[in-house]
Design a protein around this ligand. Sequence first.
Ligand SMILES: [Fe+2]
Length: 284
Amino acid sequence: MQLQVKLLEKNALLKGSQKIEGVGLGLRFPHFDDILNNKTGSPWFEVITEDFLEEGPHHKKLLQLREVAPIVFHSIGLNVGGVQEFDKDYLSAFKKLYNKFQPQYISDHLCWSAHNGTYHHDLLPVPYTHEGLSNAVSRVNYIQDYFSRPLVLENITSYLDYKNSDFTEIEFLKELSKKTGCKLLLDITNVIINHKNNNEPTKKYFDDFPVENVVYCHVSGVKATEGSTLIIDAHNSAYGFNEDVLIKKYFKNMPILIERDANIPTLAELEEERLRLKEGIGGL
Ligand SMILES: [Fe+2]
């Protein structure tokens, strides 16, 4: 058994080392077997790091998948914008995973998600101040040194604004990339949600976004919450804000990932959504 896994590992590094491109899917456990049985044409997959920190049979399945498809790791636990010390056990488990599966990218969010030892499971915005920037720069540098590779950071949805800011979100991301060499993951739906909630058009944001630093994009869907006009980034539905039109205009040929975390449909339904998006952007 161990020998078989070792061989799989070796092959994974050889065969699955191609780069991500086209419209991919987030790997979710209910779909794992169907994915391994070729029930989707998804050319790549985004894997939630925290789903694999513990060893188990799912590791063997991921090695099988890695043998035939490129992957990226996407995490929620790095707490890049926070101030508490990094969790060394988490980082060490993460690095072990990284070495085993060799994803093309490791990504997390520009946010803080823990303080004083408590993880609150929400992705909260960092203050776009000089102090916030210098904190984020040193923490991104730390992580990049730890993994010896660039970190990829995603823009989040935000339901509050700080009173004092020295930068806009885009200025902050540009400065952070410039000072650390980190890359960006642009969540197109998050941008739309933030602007819709503030009754603002998205054109300026997309016109100004540093597309040269983006390595892939996210698209997801939201079903409106009953009795509320606030749009919540729920990942509970198929995409529905004409993201394909924006991709065609601003992010042609960029790898795109469909995220789904709630109200999870069958893989066949997700595949339909993936093909609809692929056709909409006229891409790979
Ligand atoms: Fe996202």
